[in-house]
Design a protein around this ligand. Sequence first.
Ligand code: ZN
Length: 151
Amino acid sequence: MTLDSLYRSILVEHYKHPRNFGRLAEPTHCTRQHNPLCGDHIELHLLCSVDDRIQAVKFQGRGCVISQASASMMTEAVAGKSVARARALIVSFQNLLFRSPAETELLELVVFAALQDFPSRIPCATLAWQALAVCLSTPEKKYAPPPGLKT
Ligand code: ZN
């Protein structure tokens, strides 16, 4: 198996078996983001504790393998982390796509570094992270989730 096909298999595996898929009953943060360039949709729910920790995270969406795999892997990366840590990961992930340093904390997310050669797909990979950034920059509230996305 080449490195390239290994990377691809990680993405396809997350696409077929997304982690933390679904919605939270009472999220403290919720957003929907859309990548019109590719038609990707993400709805992200977070439950942050009073001590600023991401207690639970769920997403649902539809779109290409890259967008959905990135969302799945993002939720795994930030679940249980502090909000400060999650913010740092957003920056690390962007650095990975637009520069080159591979931060070890990104673990298997480093597969997305391959997109440096396919800049048109970068919005697919960043969609879920953009949703996370939006959630973390909006005030906490009791959220009445909108109707679910049709998949
Ligand atoms: Zn896409």
